[in-house]
Design a protein around this ligand. Structure first.
Ligand code: SAM
Length: 245
């Protein structure tokens, strides 16, 4: 993990993925997308596209395109594309996914980006039109492991997520079959959250007199409270590998 220290203070510097995901699970998820040989893979809301880059590294005949509207993420991703010698295989576009257009792909990815389309159902529908018949969608989305506490509802809203069976049923009703299902472990969640706080805490240690310090400290405190007194152990994150039927 190489911290990106020269980019904005957004809490991502120590994160490999902008989702609760370990290296091992990333490898396994890519395996669920096989066969990837010669495939076009489009990642909608790719962030800095770490999973997409690993997919192309795992299957060098695949071609990847990532789209995200966050310039920090695209700059970071493009640096990694160059540094890892992937420029002939991966392209990252700075764009709004909802207006970005491409031919239907063999594989599409949407991890943690359902809000771009509205809700999960909107994402499943949008991804289906962007996938060739018989193609594969990797969806990463939230669900409630346990009924949400008032604090969690305050953060995520009343009707943001369903249960895991409801998420799978929703995918079925949108024209998919389930090929693989896995969920983020507590360790993956804790690592994801901790890395987000660590980036800001380390910055605070190095910049105690910066005029933004009070605001940054308040943000960390607020988010940590929301996590530890709210959604930790309640909010789950599922990875569904889905076949377009
Ligand atoms: C939680 S992050 C996940 C990033 C990445 N999929 C990953 O797992 O590391 C969600 C991403 O969706 C992107 N996003 C949200 N709405 C978008 C939109 N309308 N167009 C493009 N990207 C969008 C955000 O900029 C962010 O990078």
């Amino acid at each position: 993990m190489t911290p990106v220290t020269d980019l904005p203070l957004n809490g991502h510097a120590y994160r490999d993925f902008n989702a609760p995901l370990s290296d091992t699970k990333a490898y396994d998820l890519i395996t669920t997308l096989q066969p990837l040989a010669g495939a076009t893979v489009v990642d909608y809301g790719c962030g800095w596209a770490e999973l997409l880059l690993r997919a192309v590294e795992q299957e060098p005949t695949a071609r990847g395109v990532g789209v995200d509207s966050d310039d920090y993420a695209i700059i970071r991703g493009r640096r990694n594309v160059e540094a890892r010698g992937l420029a002939s295989y991966v392209r990252l576009d700075l764009a709004d996914v909802t207006t970005w257009e491409a031919e239907p792909a063999d594989v599409v990815i949407s991890i943690g980006a359902s809000h771009a389309w509205g809700r999960t159902k909107d994402t499943l529908e949008a991804m289906r039109t962007r996938l060739r018949p018989g193609g594969t969608l990797l969806l990463g989305d939230g669900f409630w492991e346990r009924p949400p506490s008032p604090k969690s509802v305050e953060i995520f809203g009343e009707a943001g997520f369903g249960t895991l069976p409801e998420l799978v049923d929703l995918a079925m009703t949108c024209g998919y079959r389930l090929l693989s299902l896995t969920t983020a472990t507590q360790d993956e969640w804790d690592s994801f959250e901790s890395r987000g706080y660590a980036a800001r805490e380390r910055w605070l240690l190095e910049h105690p007199d910066d005029p933004r310090a009070d605001e940054v400290r308040a943000t960390v405190d607020d988010r940590r409270e929301g996590w530890l007194k709210g959604y930790r152990g309640e909010l789950g994150f599922a990875y569904l590998t889905l076949a377009h039927i």
